[in-house]
Write a protein that binds this ligand. Structure first.
Ligand code: RTP
Ligand code: MG
Length: 141
């Protein structure tokens, strides 16, 4: 299996609940290593750019409002099959449908306030990592 990198965002709801460490522990337990991280309070235009793929969807405005409602904790995670592994740890987009023991089942309140974001494919991971960490070091560990 290939060593990959993926972008994870701990969203404003989970930051406000003070569960960053609990979520990071899940990544660590699954063998994903944090190789870059920072807090960011996204501007409206940054959030619109980040989720541009959804700009025609009915939920876009609410998604952007939510993502700018408070700071987020952004990480690059590295490990075997990191993209899919992170998505499995996150669980389904709607926490009501997320499998027991997943991050969204345990920490998310609704489909809007759903605790975490994760890249969904190698190309999106590359673009999302560059979006937040262009020109910065992403460490070898
Ligand atoms: P994310 O991009 O945040 O990791 O979430 P995801 O892949 O599981 O879901 P995606 O389809 O990419 O949607 C992005 C975010 O938009 C909100 N959403 N609302 N009301 C709805 O039907 C709906 N669908 C999506 C969610 O907050 C989702 O995380
Ligand atoms: Mg998505």
């Amino acid at each position: 299996m290939a060593i990959e990198r993926t972008l994870s965002i701990i969203k404003p709801d989970a930051v406000a609940k003070n569960v960053i460490g609990k979520i990071v522990s899940r990544f660590e337990a699954a063998g994903l290593k944090m190789v870059a991280s920072k807090f960011v309070h996204l501007s409206r235009s940054e959030a619109e750019q980040f989720y541009a793929v959804h700009k025609e969807r009915p939920f876009f405005k609410d998604l952007v409002e939510f993502m700018i409602s408070g700071p987020v904790f952004v990480q690059v995670l590295e490990g075997e099959d990191a993209i899919l592994k992170n998505r499995d740890l996150m669980g389904a987009t709607d926490p009501k449908k997320a499998a027991a023991g997943t991050i969204r089942a345990d920490f998310a309140d609704s489909i809007d306030a759903n605790a975490v974001h994760g890249s969904d494919a190698p190309e999106t991971a590359k673009g999302e990592i560059a979006f937040f960490f262009a020109g910065l070091n992403v460490y070898k560990r």
